[in-house]
Design a protein around this ligand. Structure first.
Ligand code: ADP
Ligand code: MG
Length: 318
């Protein structure tokens, strides 16, 4: 049996340009789950992870509007909320889809923390935009009130908060989920883990961990999860059928089967967008370098065929 981690991108969970309502999310997830159920029905061991950008952005805004009546929560707590809400929705929709195909597995969300290094250079150089856009006066107010760092977005003509994006070092719930998968003889559970890249935490003096205001790239975190669970395949699902060279130009060409070395060379040449396709490719290379067998980038409809090695960007370990 082959173990697959499917990392769901933003558009598997919410429609681009939508209002962000729960009903929209449900419709989108309902459209996504038949493919996941099909993969489980084919006998693959399945683990899921997902992004949370729009959801955490909405919660940040809600918290801001709720002040001062209800104290705003820190980002780690909001990250946990998004894991809960998205995991719940996938559980609710994937379970009946599995039953329709006669698959008797339990879908379960594991609130996941990802350890990052307190001295990660990212903390000195926040780069990840989160939340809504602010005008000049609001931006100044946020600087004074919360000490935020904001960047001006020329295209949108507004300021946006920047938070650090440190590298994931360790998935704290990894051991528990490994045991869970082993107890289910590999097919009993479909865990949903490390949503939004996991809740970023650093070790606390005197024991334990504490959350930090940061965002972990969900693709790099997916790669870590896949390695920690010893899965064979990392499949990153996004809104394009694969990675392309000369992306967005008339010479654009989708990459199909490609070697690890070829992909690395293209990445070093800067073919893949920073913050979008770049981290996906890096996640895949890390996974293969760390012993993973196969890496796939594709979209939801193509995923079953991609797993049968028919479509999508596919990279074998050797
Ligand atoms: P997700 O939310 O699924 O993580 P992203 O928006 O972060 O998705 O990344 C997918 C996007 O990456 C594509 O929609 C595309 O616009 C962009 N992209 C940048 N470079 C490339 C490339 N070389 N090939 C394919 N897509 C690329
Ligand atoms: Mg993204």
């Amino acid at each position: 049996m082959t173990g697959v981690l499917v990392a769901l991108g933003g558009n598997a969970l919410a429609r681009a340009g939508g209002a962000g309502s729960w009903e929209e999310a449900r419709v989108q997830v309902r459209a996504t789950v038949p493919v996941l159920a099909e993969i489980a029905a084919q006998g693959h061991e399945l683990v899921l992870t997902h992004g949370n950008g729009p959801q955490v952005g909405a919660l940040l805004r809600q918290n801001e509007l709720g002040e001062p009546e209800i104290p705003a929560l820190p980002m780690d707590a909001l990250g946990a909320e998004t894991q809960g809400q998205i995991g719940y929705l996938i559980q609710a929709e994937l379970t009946p889809a599995l039953r329709r195909l006669g698959v008797d597995r339990s879908v379960l969300t594991v609130i996941s923390r990802t350890e990052v290094a307190a001295d990660d250079p990212a903390f000195q150089d926040p780069t990840k935009p989160v939340g809504r856009f602010y005008d000049d006066a609001e931006a100044e107010q946020m600087r004074q009130r919360f000490g935020w760092i904001l960047a001006f977005d020329e295209a949108r003509g507004g300021w946006r908060r920047l938070v650090p994006s440190p590298r994931p070092v360790r998935w704290l719930e990894g051991r528990a989920v490994r045991q869970l998968l082993a107890a289910g003889l590999g097919t009993g559970w479909i865990p949903i883990v490390s949503g939004g890249g996991g809740i970023p935490v650093v070790p606390r003096a005197g024991g334990g961990y504490e959350g930090v205001d940061a965002v972990i790239d969900k693709d790099l975190s997916a790669s870590l999860v896949a390695r920690e669970l010893g899965l064979d395949i990392l499949a990153i699902v996004t809104d394009v059928p694969g990675a392309a060279v000369h992306f967005g130009t008339p010479r654009q060409r989708w990459l199909e089967k490609i070697t690890r070395q070829e992909l690395r060379t293209l990445h070093e040449r800067g073919e893949f967008g920073a913050g979008t396709m770049g981290p996906k490719v890096e996640a895949g290379l890390d996974f293969l370098d760390g012993g993973g067998r196969r890496f796939i980038i594709t979209d939801i409809p193509s995923l079953p065929r991609a797993l049968r090695n028919g479509v999508g960007t596919r990279v074998e370990r050797d």
